[in-house]
Write a protein that binds this ligand. Structure first.
Ligand code: G4P
Length: 540
């Protein structure tokens, strides 16, 4: 066991990008990979002539299918160009950045929430012309719920958009997060010349490269030179910066870590402007992986023996292999491939011979990994999201909470002869956490009820039933819109009520579904003795 776990932890940053579709997440991911010199040219996402990259192949696939096919992590090294105090202790060692991908579909789903349990920080990417959009808001609420610090990036500053102060106000007012810009743009949206570094007072001027395929060269200059060169645009930027200081909107590390303020950067992922500044911000300000409390509230320190949490299970990524991958985020200790660890939920040993780093179709073997890293385990049939793996001493982390579903549909196979495959498929999708599966005696096992946070999960189920298990299914929306947790004692009375139906979820929870909130309110009033507890809501 290496004694250097602490050093490895210090140089790691694990984050996700949260954004509304089209804000530029794929473009930014590629720009980050370019800056880390993982790829030599950016821009293949939309197949522009003469530009290619392998990194974003998976995103194409994701878009073409319209559903999330991958939830993986891109790992790269980044050597900070900032002051030596911002780098890891050993200046020879670069930072290790883990960018965990959030599912790409527009619908909010539990997958997204689970992915966000695996990161230590989030980058909220906003389109300069559109400002806050619904998906960004929902994802931000999840970050707040989990206490994840957020860095805000206003993207597409090379295109006409709003003013910096409008965007800042919108974020403060609508989500109560105070932006503290580290850099303000020089030049209005659509005329992006560079950034004023508010902490040094210096000007970072960018030069465009052909098609934005390469890292944009930077020139750093003092205020006098900047004023001479950029004239009014520089004056406007300095005035904005002063105004922000007067309003108290300067960076404060404690407030950032407490989720009250958000360091902000203006960027163009397409032109690679502001991308290095984002990386520097992450290595300088975002927290390194920390220990985690177990089910009894005891802290598993990062330097304790190996432990990890499974946050995503996925099957069928590769149709020819029919494999099942479980992704774990390492919480503590050093992971070495081949280690036999214990699966806390069953107490059984789990061999890690086939540990992999997975990014899209690319897979590579992982030999060692440290806290903050994401490792894919092949053929992990016993593992479910929220499960713990450990090396002695034993530890079990709290389960990932499941969400209050708002969409309910019944599912059945079109022909009775496929019943066996149907059941097998249902068990599989249930254990992966694709949907919640509810059953009761009246409906029987042949037509369980699926419950989800967003309706797109139903399409994922029917598509996978067909492609992986060759079962044609019919899905029928039910007239229920909300669920409450109840108990055995209250269940029979609830079942007698009009507009209510009681089910048992696979994890044993008894849920009552209601047609609408008025029905629920009426029953709560008339039968105050019945147990009806709210489930965790997506936006709590
Ligand atoms: P997503 O993953 O968040 O869905 O967004 P994606 O990166 O695919 O970007 C969505 C669109 O926004 C793309 O345009 C992309 O080129 C563009 N875009 C991303 N970042 C920037 C930026 O900084 N500036 C500008 N001007 N555009 C940006 P598209 O029309 O779908 O494709 P394309 O024809 O431009 O390639």
């Amino acid at each position: 066991m290496s004694s250097d776990v602490a050093t490895e932890v210090r140089r790691r940053r694990t984050f996700a990008i949260i954004s509304h579709p089209d804000a530029g997440k794929s473009t930014m991911t590629e720009a980050l990979a370019l800056h880390a010199r993982m790829i030599s040219e950016a821009g293949a996402i939309h197949g522009k002539a003469g530009r290619k990259s392998t990194v974003s192949d998976w995103m194409e696939m994701e878009k073409a299918r319209g559903i999330s096919v991958s939830s993986t992590a891109l790992q790269f090294n980044y050597t900070s160009q900032g002051s030596p105090t911002t780098g890891p202790d050993d200046p020879e060692l670069p930072h290790v950045i883990n960018l965990v991908d959030t599912p790409g579909h527009a619908d909010f789903s539990e997958d997204t929430y689970r992915v966000l349990t695996a990161v230590d920080a989030a980058v909220m990417l906003i389109d300069a012309a559109k400002g806050l959009e619904p998906q960004t808001l929902k994802l931000f609420q999840v970050c707040r719920h989990r206490g994840i610090p957020v860095v805000t990036v206003v993207n597409k500053w090379d295109r006409p958009g709003r003013t910096p102060l409008e965007l800042i106000d919108e974020i403060s007012e609508r989500i109560g997060l105070t932006p503290t810009p580290l850099f303000v743009p020089v030049g209005i949206a659509g005329d992006f010349r560079g950034l004023l570094d508010r902490r040094t007072g210096e000007y970072v001027h960018f030069t465009r490269t052909a098609g934005g395929a390469k890292i944009a060269p930077e020139e750093i200059m003092g205020a006098d030179v900047a004023a001479e060169r950029e004239g009014d645009a520089w004056v406007a930027a300095t005035e904005e910066s002063e105004l922000l200081s007067e309003m108290g909107q300067d960076h404060d590390q404690e407030m950032f870590l407490a989720g009250q303020t958000s360091p902000m950067i203006f960027a163009s992922a397409m032109l690679n402007f502001g991308v290095r500044q984002l990386l520097e911000t992450l290595v300088e300000l975002a927290p390194a992986p920390a220990g985690r409390a177990d089910v009894d509230g005891r802290l598993r320190e990062v330097t304790d023996p190996f432990s990890a949490v499974v946050f995503k299970v996925q099957a069928g990524m590769d149709a020819s292999h029919r494999d099942r991958l479980a992704y774990m985020r390492i919480v503590s200790g050093e992971f070495e491939r081949g280690m036999v660890v214990t699966h806390a939920q069953t107490g059984k040993p789990f061999a890690t011979k086939y540990a992999q780093a997975v990014f899209g179709r690319d897979r590579s073997t992982v030999d060692t990994a440290y806290p903050g890293d994401v490792v894919g385990l092949v053929n992990a049939t016993a593992l479910a999201p929220g499960d713990t793996l450990y090396d002695d001493p034993r530890v079990q982390f709290p389960p990932i909470p499941s969400f209050a579903p708002e969409h309910f549909s019944s599912l059945r196979a079109t022909t009775a002869d496929k019943y066996k495959q149907f059941r097998k498929a249902m068990d599989q999708l249930d254990s992966e956490g694709v949907v919640q599966v509810l059953r009761n005696d009246t409906r029987g096992d042949a037509s369980p009820v699926l419950a989800a946070v967003g309706p797109m999960q139903f399409e994922v189920v029917t598509a996978r039933m067909k492609s992986e298990f060759n079962v044609d299914t019919v899905i029928e929306p039910l007239g229920y819109t909300l669920a409450r947790r109840t108990d055995e004692h209250s269940a029979p009375e609830l079942d007698r009520q009009r507009g209510v139906e009681v089910f048992t979820r696979t994890d044993g929870a008894i849920l009552a579904l209601f047609s609408d909130k008025w029905r629920l309110q009426y029953i709560e009033k008339e039968h105050s003795d019945l147990t009806l507890e709210p489930l965790v809501a997506a936006a709590d």
